[in-house]
Design a protein around this ligand. Structure first.
Ligand code: G4P
Length: 281
């Protein structure tokens, strides 16, 4: 299976992001906790140029907590401030405020030494599509936030969300493009649904997912569908099709339909907490 990506306005978006980056102190980058490396676009790193960096391992409710802890350590060792969040139910979202303060400690102290008080930290959310940027902003900013208008001369055309007296967030997130010169990365992004499903054959995708699960989370499918473990994945998919009543009009098993169920169940966490990559492999 081959994945390709043709981002229409990539260079324009990249330039816009470079402009936005000039306005902020800290970059808050969302990655998907199930694929914290594949869902991160490394092109942001050279653009970040000296800014404080935060990585939020979002959708941590879907990932394997043991592996997520390894990723936290991995990124911390590389100079990022890291936090785990579930933007959907809000868990860990509030704590991001403290992480921002820690990440910008030096700037806050520098301001204080110069007698500049109450200058808010300015932050921007970035991430590839579907990683949860809008959900996070809604949860983080909540209802209490006030939108600050344009500030003449400085931030013309930009909307800021005032989170509290210390932090302002750029209203629109920066959209990074998924980057997958490496096909494994493409495959992992397809598993989580970050690549449009029309680009991939769902049956084939499902068998690849089943292969990964067999190697890394061996009993997860048998347990989720309450079926016997089978020795090969096609047999296992047939059992799932039977269990879920996936039949074609003639009564024949509909494996495409079963494949869709498996992928959908995985994406929604119904197969349990599963990570698709580890720092060491
Ligand atoms: P984006 O702005 O980065 O493109 O992503 P967006 O917020 O639109 O979120 C993409 C999908 O991910 C949404 O699901 C959203 O609910 C889900 N999501 C975001 N954060 C989390 C999280 O921490 N945990 C889980 N489990 N899901 C999360 P959707 O199916 O597209 O929409 P909806 O039906 O949930 O509204």
């Amino acid at each position: 299976m081959e994945f390709q990506w043709y981002p229409g306005h990539m260079s324009k978006a990249k330039r816009a992001m470079q402009e936005d980056l000039k306005l902020i102190n800290v970059i808050i980058e969302l990655v998907d906790a199930r694929v914290p490396l594949s869902s991160k676009n490394p092109d942001i790193d050279p653009m970040a140029n000296g800014k404080s960096r935060i990585i939020l391992l979002n959708k941590c409710d879907l990932a394997d907590p043991v592996v997520t802890a390894q990723w936290k350590k991995y990124y911390e060792e590389r100079g990022f401030f890291v936090s785990l969040v579930n933007s959907k139910n809000g868990k860990g979202v509030k704590q991001v405020n403290e992480v921002i303060q820690s990440a910008c400690k030096e700037k806050i102290e520098r301001d204080r030494r110069r007698g500049i008080l109450n200058r808010p930290i300015r932050a921007m959310i970035v991430g590839i599509p579907n990683v949860g940027k809008s959900t996070f902003i809604n949860s983080f900013a909540g209802k209490a936030c006030t939108k600050t208008g344009n500030k003449p001369g400085v931030t013309k055309g930009k909307q800021w969300i005032r989170l509290n007296k210390n932090v302002e967030l750029l209203d629109t997130p920066g959209i990074l493009w998924p980057k997958f010169e490496d096909q494994t990365v493409g495959l992992r992004l397809a598993f989580i649904g970050s690549i449009k499903d029309e680009l991939s054959n769902q049956y084939e995708l499902c068998l690849l997912l089943m292969e990964y699960l067999r190697d890394n989370y061996p009993s997860v499918l048998a347990e989720a569908y309450q079926i016997e473990q089978e020795e090969n994945d096609i047999k296992l998919l047939e059992s799932i099709a039977k269990r879920r009543g996936c039949l074609k009009t003639g009564g024949e098993l509909d494996l495409d339909k079963a494949a869709n169920y498996v992928i959908d169940d995985f994406r929604n966490g119904r197969l349990g907490n599963i990570s698709l990559e580890c720092p060491d492999r």
